[in-house]
Every structure is written in structure tokens, then in C-alpha cells.
Design a protein around this ligand. Structure first.
Ligand SMILES: *[C@@H]1O[C@H](CO)[C@@H](O)[C@H](O)[C@H]1NC(C)=O
Ligand SMILES: *[C@@H]1O[C@H](CO)[C@@H](O)[C@H](O)[C@H]1NC(C)=O
Ligand SMILES: *[C@@H]1O[C@H](CO)[C@@H](O)[C@H](O)[C@H]1NC(C)=O
Ligand SMILES: *[C@@H]1O[C@H](CO)[C@@H](O)[C@H](O)[C@H]1NC(C)=O
Ligand SMILES: *[C@@H]1O[C@H](CO)[C@@H](O)[C@H](O)[C@H]1NC(C)=O
Ligand SMILES: *[C@@H]1O[C@H](CO)[C@@H](O)[C@H](O)[C@H]1NC(C)=O
Ligand SMILES: *[C@@H]1O[C@H](CO)[C@@H](O)[C@H](O)[C@H]1NC(C)=O
Length: 752
């Protein structure tokens, strides 16, 4: 055991209160570089964006670093000042913004979420009767998964980024990835190394797949990146970094993980590279990364060159992210080799920034647990000095890694809720696990936990889970979930409505209460390629969702004007209809297996000609559920028709085939108006008509033949050349009511 490690363990053991636990020097030094008064001004401006001009006189924001708790723990203070002004002080801008949000929620009943905000303020702001001081037990409150960049942010403009960063500050996020625009820097570096443009073009993927290019999983697919892409992303990155830093957030920049384009082999023929295996369902046309040997001098040359160039361009907060073996098996399980790789990655960071700290996603450990046995995990982690790496325990709510690795063998870690895969719609949550998990992790033997995080692959779904998790970031013990949920409903709609509150209690105990190993992939037959072997079982009692649906609809007369309510009404109706699709699917299957043609025609007909079109109508009535919104956002980034076509292809392919031939088919499925009718609907229609044909001709159903035929339908959607409206049509309430009247009775029939 090294001296440092002994000291560390002693120090950790000595601390009883989590908040007073000493931190590694390297972490304590990580502080926002922005001065106090610009941070205060940034929060004040945020408030004016949020609340309008009245915020200027209603709130007085100040930043004072010495408010921070031990080791730099964020702290805010709220009190009433002269003339009813609400005084907010924070140790950082983020701390102050969190304080303001706490005030807005608890004193004014407000709510800010991805799907909308509820910001009706009383004419006179309620006073804070006694001063409130809160210190977060979490040094870091982290946000983002490498994948979020592709599944959610890929087409964003500055307006959308600005809203997101505001959301982050209000929700207490003080550390986040800042990955935009990195390809522009890589392009510069590769050109300077002697690669030519066509070698670079064939390396980068298209915009919607860059997350996996960055982790070495994928190359070439849906590319190349136009020059205008790089310029636009650079511009965005400047603004993103500037805003995040003035609010007092720590930005995490990308670093070199060891993967190189094929062109490197032409320029440096003697370079020692090994080729990793293929990734997921791709072959080497689009995967099989070239990984530089950790001992090859070019590793340091390229890694340091990139990071120096990046820092020169963007400055730095000294935290860098790199993932070498994400879902890719290393060539050797020899611990010495694994340590050499992580040491090489880290050295290429310190070569550019001596105080570099490596933030690594811990997904790999739980993804290939047969390879990553304790000696392999320890070797990779110990290639880096203790305290110079932070591991994201990426999926801690379901598959925590800290618990079987002696708390990452002494490296600090962040307990993260992953929650969402591929940005799927579908109500889902593991409330008990996230309400308990972080507290258990902090009191784990010799725990090295330094924070909590959100690491969803996609956002803009299940607001409640993110509200809960970010609230927990300031808690010292679990919350009373029922009570918290009642408050959530009230704040979200701006009024206390008993039925809405009951609806949320039902959702809390059902869809949001998955326990055990819960993977939120929407497995509903609705969004998958039909077959006779689809899984329809659920982790909850579906009658709770139907009842919540009924309750929300009956509160519509009171809440119908609320924009967050309308979103939830669409979302819960959507969930109910997704359940109904499973019922119809089972009936179709049974009718086919019983050779009951009339029954097959009936149930198949209802599904294809009524249920799915009605679902499409419902989704099309809300701008937050529109295919057109996603596609138009993609087109808006383009500077020419050719670029628009490329981006449109990227946007459609990611939602559907995910690759040229359905490689990761329907992984990132969405329930969007337009997509349900023209993609899922057409597919279901082909399935039903194929089954009818089989019964009519007395032939068996061949899945392989069907797959070939349906692939044409799926591809057909991508190239259908249709433009979809980016504006909602129809009244959500009318459509939802109509669907309810038509389907609620049959839904309930299937419950009993
Ligand atoms: C900041 O806080 C410290 C400790 O509470 C206090 O002594 C100091 O006066 C404060 N500074 C300002 C500028 O208010
Ligand atoms: C880049 O180099 C490759 C290999 O020498 C060559 O085939 C290709 O034509 C070159 N492209 C450009 C744009 O120079
Ligand atoms: C190339 O690198 C691998 C490890 O990545 C190492 O085992 C091998 O000895 C190296 N080959 C040469 C010729 O240096
Ligand atoms: C954890 O702490 C205990 C004392 O509570 C100590 O005996 C043990 O060696 C520590 N384990 C590790 C892996 O550091
Ligand atoms: C979630 O389900 C468990 C049983 O699996 C139960 O003990 C717990 O109370 C439920 N939590 C909520 C919030 O409904
Ligand atoms: C689901 O809930 C309904 C209504 O509360 C109840 O009648 C039914 O028995 C429940 N089903 C199961 C499997 O628990
Ligand atoms: C199919 O047959 C089974 C038993 O043979 C029966 O229970 C079921 O009701 C039939 N279903 C339909 C849709 O005809």
C-alpha cells in the first residue's frame, strides 16, 4: 500500500460525518475560475430570463466562496432582506441558482423541467421567515452521458443550449461534459500530422452518431462531416463554455483515449496499433477501432497535441473525459497491460495540463463483467494516481460497481442514475433505488464517493425522475416519496388538485417503482419489429396507469390550461395506448395461432386502422412529441440542400435502423407524431396482412421472410422524402378524451 493510500484510508476512516470527509487535494483544488461578481451577475441574468424584468428587483444574488462547506461543498443561503427583496447567497453561481430554485419551489410552488415550466408567481414574493442555509453533501453534482450528445443535443442551437444550462444551474449541476465541437480540433490535429481530408472524412461518423465515434466504437457511418458543421459547433462550444463557467460550473473536456483513424497507418507506417474487435452488430466496415499501443511514442504525441490544441482554443477547468474500452474488449486481460493503457491515457493528459484529472465512465465494468474481474478493474484504475481519476458509476441505480470493487479501489467516484436508454419514451423509474442508493454508497466501507450524477443516454422524458434525483443531490437522508410526489404534482401544475395528486401516487408506485435490475429500454411491441415472439410483460400493474389516465382526464377541466399538464396528459395517454398495443398484439397472435381469421381481421384492423392512427393524432397535438420537430431541427443546422439531406438521413436513421442494415434496430425508438403512423404503423400493417395472407393460403409465418420484407418498409421510411410538420395540430384534450371513451373499457377488460 502506498503512503498516499494509507493516509487516505486513515483520513477516510477518521471522518464520521460525510460532509466533513476530507477530499483529495486534487479535487479540493477544482474550483470555478470565474470571479464572484460575474458569477452573481450570471445568476441574476438567468433569473431575468426565467421570470422576466421583475427578477431584477425581487432577488439580490451574491456569491461568496467562503460560504462553502469543508472541501469546497456548495452552500446556499436564503433570507428576506429590506423591502421584501429575497437575498440569495451562494458559494458558487450554481449554489446560488439552486437556492433560488429551492425558494421558487418551496415558497412559490414553481417548477422548471424539460417539458415546460410553471412559473406563476404571487404578486408579492413570500418572505423567508428564518434564514435557510443548505450545504450539499455532494462535492460534485454531475450531468451527462457521452451518448446524450447524440441522442438529445445533436441538433441544438444556442437558444436550446441556453435553456439547458439554465436548467442545469437551477438543478444544482456543477460539473458537466462540454463535448461540442471537438471534431473541429481533431481535424486540425490530424491535418497537422499529415492525414489528408479524405482520410479524415472517412473516419468521422455523421452528427447523429458522433458519441460512438468519440468512444472508438464506430467510424464512417452516416458521415462525412461538412466544414460548416465544424464551424457551427465551434461557435456553440464557445458560448456553452462561457456560460457554464460564468455560472460556476466545471466543464469536462474530451481527451485522447488511444483510438486513431486508419490514415495514421499510412502516415506513420511503423506505428504500433492493434485492431479491436467489432462493436455491437457492426462489422469492420464501420467498427473495429485501431488502438495505439500505450508504449508507442505516438500515443503521447497525438494525445498531448490534441489536448494542447483544445486547451489553447477553449481554456480548461482541468477535468478530462476519455473512454478507451467502452463496450470493447481489450486485447489482453493482463493487468500489467491494462495499467499501461490507463497510465498512457493519463500521461497524455498531464503532458498538456499538469493538473489534469481524468473523469471516466464506469460503464465498461458492468457491461462486460466476465472480462472485468477485480484484478482487471483494479489494474485499469491503478494506472492513474489515486485522486487523479473520478469514475462515474454510470448505472449505479441498477448495477452499481463500487460495491464489488472496494469502492473503485480507492479512486473517487460519482454515484449516477442512468435511467434512460436511447432517449426512449416510456414511463419508467427506480425511485426506491435512487432514494436509498446514494446514501448507502456514501456510508459504504471506505467509501470514495464524491458526488451524485445524472447520466441518461437521452433526455426530455420522465421529468419526475430527474427532479427527484437533483433534489436528492442536496439531501442528507432519503426523502418521503409519497410526500415529495404530492408536492411535485402541485408545483408542476401550479395548484393542488386531488385527482392529479392521486394520479401521480399511482404512477409512483407502478411505472416509477421498478426494483431489482431494471433496464429502461422500451420493450413495448409498439416500437419494435413485429414477430410472434414479442415480450409483453411489465414490472408494474397496468391498471395503475389506466387509473392515473382516468384521474388526469378528470382533472383536465381544472388543469387543462397548464402546459406541463398537457404534456403529462399526452404522456400518460401514450403509455396507456402502448399497453393497449400489447393487448391487441396478444389477441392477434392468438387468433393467428387458432386460425381464427375473422378475429385476426378484427383485432388487426382496430390496431392498424384505429389505435395507431389515434396515437399518432394524439402525439401530433403536442409540439414536444413531433417527428417534424426533430427533423426540422436537423435541417436547420444545414447550410445547403445536400447537408440537409445528410442530416435528415442521420436524424431518421438514429430513431429507426441505427445503422445501414438495422444493426441496432429500434434502440433509440421514440413515440413521435408522424413516426407512429409512417414507421411503426406501416410495419404493423405489413405484419397483420402477412398473417392474414398466411391463414388464407394455409402457409406458416416465416420470420426471416417477413424481416426482409419489413426492412424495405423501414428503409422506405428513411427515404420517403416527406417533410413532417414541426407545429402541433388538434386539441390534445379532445383527442385524449375520444381515445379514452373508445378504449378505456377494453383496457379495463384486459386488467382483470
Ligand atoms: C464572505 O463570507 C465570510 C464568511 O461568512 C465573511 O467573513 C465575509 O465577510 C463575506 N464576504 C463578503 C464580501 O460578504
Ligand atoms: C489521401 O490519401 C490517400 C492514400 O494515399 C489517397 O488515396 C487519397 O486520394 C488522398 N486524398 C486526398 C484528398 O488527397
Ligand atoms: C505493440 O504493442 C503491444 C501492446 O499494445 C505489445 O504487446 C507489442 O510488443 C508491441 N509491438 C512492438 C513491435 O513493439
Ligand atoms: C477499509 O477500512 C478498514 C477499517 O475500517 C480497514 O481495516 C481496511 O483495510 C480498509 N479497506 C481498504 C480496502 O482500504
Ligand atoms: C415500491 O415497491 C416496493 C415493493 O416492491 C414497496 O415496498 C415500496 O413501498 C414501493 N414504493 C413506492 C414508492 O411505492
Ligand atoms: C392490479 O390492480 C387491480 C386494481 O387495483 C387489481 O384488481 C388487480 O388484482 C391487480 N393485479 C395484480 C396482478 O396485482
Ligand atoms: C384460442 O384458443 C384458445 C384455446 O384453444 C382459447 O382459450 C382462446 O380464447 C382462443 N382465442 C381466440 C382469440 O380465439
Amino acid at each position: 500500500m502506498s503512503l498516499l493510500r494509507v493516509l487516505l484510508v486513515l483520513a477516510t476512516v477518521a471522518a464520521s460525518d460525510a460532509a466533513s470527509r476530507p477530499l483529495w487535494d486534487s479535487l479540493a483544488r477544482l474550483q470555478p475560475e470565474t470571479e464572484e461578481s460575474p458569477q452573481a451577475a450570471a445568476v441574476q441574468e438567468l433569473l431575468e430570463r426565467l421570470l422576466g424584468p421583475r427578477a431584477a428587483s425581487a432577488f439580490s444574488v451574491s456569491i461568496n466562496r467562503s460560504l462553502a462547506g469543508p472541501g469546497g461543498l456548495d452552500t446556499y443561503r436564503l433570507r428576506s432582506g429590506a423591502l421584501g427583496v429575497i437575498e440569495v447567497a451562494g458559494s458558487t453561481g450554481v449554489a446560488a441558482a439552486s437556492g433560488v430554485y429551492r425558494y421558487l419551489k418551496d415558497f412559490c410552488g414553481c417548477h422548471v423541467s424539460w417539458s415546460g415550466s410553471q412559473l406563476r408567481l404571487p404578486d408579492r414574493l413570500p418572505p423567508v421567515p428564518t434564514e435557510i442555509i443548505v450545504t450539499s453533501p455532494n462535492r460534485f453534482r454531475f450531468y451527462q452521458n457521452v451518448c446524450t450528445q447524440s441522442y438529445s443535443y445533436v441538433w441544438w442551437n444556442w437558444d436550446r443550449w441556453e435553456r439547458e444550462i439554465d436548467w442545469m444551474a437551477l438543478h444544482g449541476i456543477n460539473m458537466a461534459l462540454a463535448f461540442t465541437g471537438q471534431e473541429a480540433i481533431w481535424q486540425r490535429v490530424y491535418l497537422s500530422l499529415g492525414l489528408n481530408q479524405s482520410e479524415i472524412n472517412e473516419y468521422f461518423t455523421g452528427p447523429a452518431f458522433l458519441a460512438w465515434n468519440r468512444m472508438g466504437n464506430l467510424h464512417t457511418w452516416a458521415g462525412p462531416l461538412p466544414l460548416s458543421w465544424h464551424l457551427k459547433q465551434l461557435y456553440l462550444q464557445y458560448r456553452i463554455l462561457e456560460r457554464m463557467r460564468t455560472l460556476g460550473m466545471l466543464t469536462v473536456l474530451p481527451a485522447f483515449s488511444g483510438h486513431v483513424p486508419h490514415g495514421i497507418l499510412r502516415v506513420f507506417p511503423r506505428v504500433n496499433v492493434t485492431r479491436l474487435g467489432s462493436w455491437s452488430h457492426f462489422d469492420c466496415t464501420y467498427s473495429c477501432a485501431y488502438l495505439l499501443s500505450p508504449e508507442d511514442p505516438m500515443f503521447q504525441v497525438i494525445g498531448t497535441l490534441f489536448l494542447k490544441e483544445l486547451i489553447k482554443e477553449f481554456g480548461t477547468d482541468h477535468v478530462y473525459s476519455a473512454d478507451t474500452f467502452n463496450e470493447m474488449r481489450p486485447l489482453s486481460s493482463n493487468p500489467a497491460y491494462l495499467s499501461k493503457v490507463s497510465a498512457a491515457v493519463f500521461r497524455s493528459m498531464t503532458g498538456a495540463d499538469p493538473s489534469a484529472l481524468w473523469l471516466m465512465q464506469g460503464w465498461l465494468f458492468q457491461h462486460q463483467p466476465d472480462f472485468w474481474r477485480p484484478p482487471q478493474v483494479q489494474a485499469l484504475l491503478h494506472g492513474v494516481p489515486l485522486g487523479r481519476m473520478i469514475v462515474l458509476d454510470l448505472f449505479a441505480e441498477s448495477k452499481p460497481v463500487f460495491s464489488w470493487t472496494e469502492s473503485f479501489y480507492g479512486q473517487p467516484f460519482i454515484w449516477c442514475m442512468l435511467h434512460n436508454f436511447g432517449g426512449n419514451h416510456g414511463l419508467f423509474g427506480t425511485v426506491e433505488s435512487i432514494n436509498q442508493g446514494p446514501f448507502k454508497a456514501r456510508s459504504f466501507l471506505n467509501s470514495t464517493m464524491v458526488g451524485v450524477g445524472l447520466t441518461p443516454e437521452g433526455i426530455e422524458q420522465n421529468d419526475i425522475m430527474y427532479e427527484l434525483m437533483t433534489d436528492l443531490g442536496w439531501q442528507r437522508e432519503p426523502l418521503d416519496l409519497q410526500q415529495w410526489t404530492a408536492k411535485y404534482a402541485t408545483q408542476r401544475y401550479g395548484t393542488t388538485n386531488t385527482q392529479a395528486m392521486e394520479a401521480w401516487q399511482l404512477l409512483l408506485r407502478s411505472v416509477y417503482n421498478c426494483s431489482g435490475v431494471c433496464v429502461n429500454h422500451n420493450h413495448s411491441p409498439l416500437v419494435h419489429r413485429p414477430s410472434l415472439r414479442m415480450v409483453t410483460d411489465l414490472w408494474y400493474n397496468k391498471s395503475d396507469v389506466y387509473e392515473a389516465w382516468r384521474l388526469l382526464l378528470s382533472s383536465a377541466s381544472e388543469l387543462g390550461a397548464s402546459n406541463t399538464f398537457c404534456y403529462d396528459l399526452v404522456d400518460v395517454t401514450r403509455q396507456a395506448m402502448q399497453q393497449l398495443v400489447s393487448d391487441y398484439y396478444l389477441e392477434i397472435k392468438q387468433a393467428f395461432q387458432n386460425h381464427t381469421l375473422s378475429r385476426l381481421l378484427m383485432t388487426g384492423g382496430v390496431l392498424v386502422y384505429d389505435l395507431l392512427p389515434e396515437l399518432d393524432n394524439l402525439l401530433s397535438s403536442d409540439g414536444r412529441f413531433l417527428l417534424g420537430f426533430w427533423l426540422e431541427a436537423a435541417r436547420n443546422v444545414a447550410t445547403s440542400d445536400r447537408e440537409a439531406e445528410l442530416y435528415d438521413l442521420n436524424a431518421r436513421n438514429q430513431l429507426t435502423l441505427w445503422g445501414p442494415s438495422g444493426n441496432i434496430l429500434d434502440y433509440a425508438n421514440k413515440q413521435f407524431g408522424g413516426l407512429v403512423l409512417d414507421y411503426y404503423g406501416v410495419r404493423w400493417s405489413l405484419f397483420v396482412s402477412t398473417l392474414v395472407e398466411c391463414l388464407n393460403t394455409g402457409t406458416p409465418f416465416h420470420q426471416n421472410q417477413f424481416n426482409q420484407a419489413v426492412f424495405q418498409v423501414e428503409r422506405g421510411f428513411i427515404y420517403n422524402g416527406k417533410r413532417y410538420p414541426a407545429k402541433a395540430t388538434g386539441s390534445t384534450l379532445e383527442i385524449a378524451t375520444k381515445i379514452f371513451l373508445k378504449y378505456y373499457p377494453s383496457a379495463m377488460k384486459h386488467v382483470y
